[in-house]
Ligand binder design. Structure first.
Ligand code: AMP
Length: 427
């Protein structure tokens, strides 16, 4: 029989890597507390319409990348490709408008997109997602960008590039779209097939095409800044001034677009050269019209999502610290078979005192047990055999110095508590 493997584009996060994820998630949670964002847990599947209306029919995500299926009652459901639409749905459904505004929320979890897998791009990937709903103040945009930067800095990331743009609003964008189309019309034949299609459906998206030729053509395309209405321009100026005030270096990138009516004003990304072609560590911006699009009341909002796999990739490449890999403090060894009940009981007593420990479950030799102690990073080994049972003592060995002692149980607990106080397992 053929052994069943995981589907293409998904992977197991093994313990050798998952402790690094935990480290990043712990730092994220700490940063969320610092910025007063509260955690929310959301379903991993939603009604398909939430995404088709909330992200937009004309996006690659909705058009080509969703995992959509029918449930047994013939409802169309979709594994979430992102968290923003769900957060807006939850805000409306759970009447968060009755609470403090803006509602500052964060979540993290797996997202699903049918994309071509490659380094830093998977079909199931983990996002850290921060959203502030209920305020149109440009200072919330500044705060959310600052949060992203502070998180990445706290994780030790360096050489990041912050790019920012404004995508206008439904008042001023039509004028810009007209100018763009006037610019691209005589150059249409030179654009790639996808961009030729975008010309009618969504001309703004031509600006972020990765095709080298299209990139060259877009270089001299009209700048959206010239077309922004007063409100959008003031907002953008306030955001950039706020970033300068907080000493966040950034540069303007007119190619950064979202190209749907729900996305408004600020758009930003944080890039890392370490990631190759999938270089975005995080992306975000304002989406003042998304709530209307999914049937809610108007709701100004801004947020970002960062890819956990990509953060860890950059951290590894930049030799950032992940803290200490978890290990045990003590390994309890059975010197002979009669000692196993005694070992079980000592392990239990040690754990009850908050000392992390483990024992052998394969009836292996003492030598093999010492090896396990070492592999698991234990600072001490406790040994119980025939002699110890007879004397009521436990032999304890410092695995760094090799020094050995024979102690009564109560003495042992005191000895270990003292010895582990200065973080011996953090070797
Ligand atoms: P987006 O929702 O497309 O703006 O993506 C936000 C962030 O999620 C990106 O900047 C990436 O860090 C991460 N991301 C998006 N798609 C993937 C994917 N297929 N695999 C891994 N990370 C991803």
């Amino acid at each position: 029989m053929v052994t069943i493997k995981a589907p293409r584009g998904v992977r197991d996060i093994l313990p050798e890597e998952s402790w690094k994820w935990s480290y990043v998630l712990k730092k994220t949670s700490r940063m969320a507390d610092l910025f007063a964002y509260r955690e929310i847990h959301l379903p991993v599947f939603e009604n398909t319409e939430l995404f088709s209306r909330g992200i937009g029919e004309n996006t690659d995500v909705v058009d080509k990348e969703m995992y959509t299926f029918k449930d047994r009652a013939d409802r169309s459901l979709t594994l979430r490709p992102e968290a923003t639409a769900s957060i807006v749905r939850a805000y409306n459904e759970d009447r968060m408008d009755n609470g403090q505004q803006p509602a500052k929320l964060w979540t993290s979890g797996p997202m699903f997109r049918y994309e071509r897998p490659q380094k830093g791009r998977y079909r199931q990937f983990w996002q850290l997602d921060f959203e502030a709903l209920g305020s149109n103040s440009p200072y919330v945009d500044v705060e959310i960008i600052k949060l992203a930067i502070d998180l990445f800095t706290d994780l030790g990331l360096s050489n990041l590039d912050v790019i920012i743009n404004s995508v206008g609003c439904p008042q001023c964008r039509p004028d810009y779209t007209r100018k763009l189309k006037d610019y691209f019309r005589p150059r249409l034949d030179s654009l790639c097939k996808t961009c030729q299609d975008r010309f009618e459906r969504n001309p703004l998206r031509i600006l972020d095409c990765k095709n080298e030729n299209c990139k060259k053509i877009t270089e001299n395309a009209p700048d959206i800044y010239e077309s922004l209405c007063k409100d959008c321009r003031d907002h953008f100026d306030e955001v950039t001034q706020g970033l300068e005030r907080l000493h966040i270096s950034f540069h303007l990138d007119k190619r950064l677009v979202r190209g749907l009516d729900y996305y408004t004003k600020t758009a930003f990304e944080v890039l890392s050269g370490e990631l190759g072609s999938q270089n975005a560590v995080c992306g975000g911006g304002r989406y003042d019209n998304l709530s209307d699009a999914v049937g809610g009341a108007p709701l100004p909002a801004v947020g970002f999502a960062a890819g956990l796999e990509r953060i860890v990739l950059v951290m590894e490449q930049q030799n950032c610290s992940f803290g200490n890999e978890p290990g045990i403090e003590v390994y309890v060894i059975s010197a002979d078979n009669e000692a196993r009940q005694e070992v079980l009981s000592l392990v239990s007593d040690l754990r009850a005192r908050g000392i992390s420990c483990d024992m052998d479950f394969l009836e292996r030799s003492i030598k093999a047990q010492f090896k396990s102690a070492d592999n698991k990073g234990a600072g001490y080994a406790c040994i119980i055999g025939h002699d110890e049972i007879a004397s009521g003592n436990v032999t304890v060995k410092d695995l760094d110095t090799g020094k050995q002692d024979s102690l009564k149980k109560e003495e042992l607990f005191a000895f270990l508590t003292e010895g582990l106080k200065d973080g011996k397992r953090d070797r």
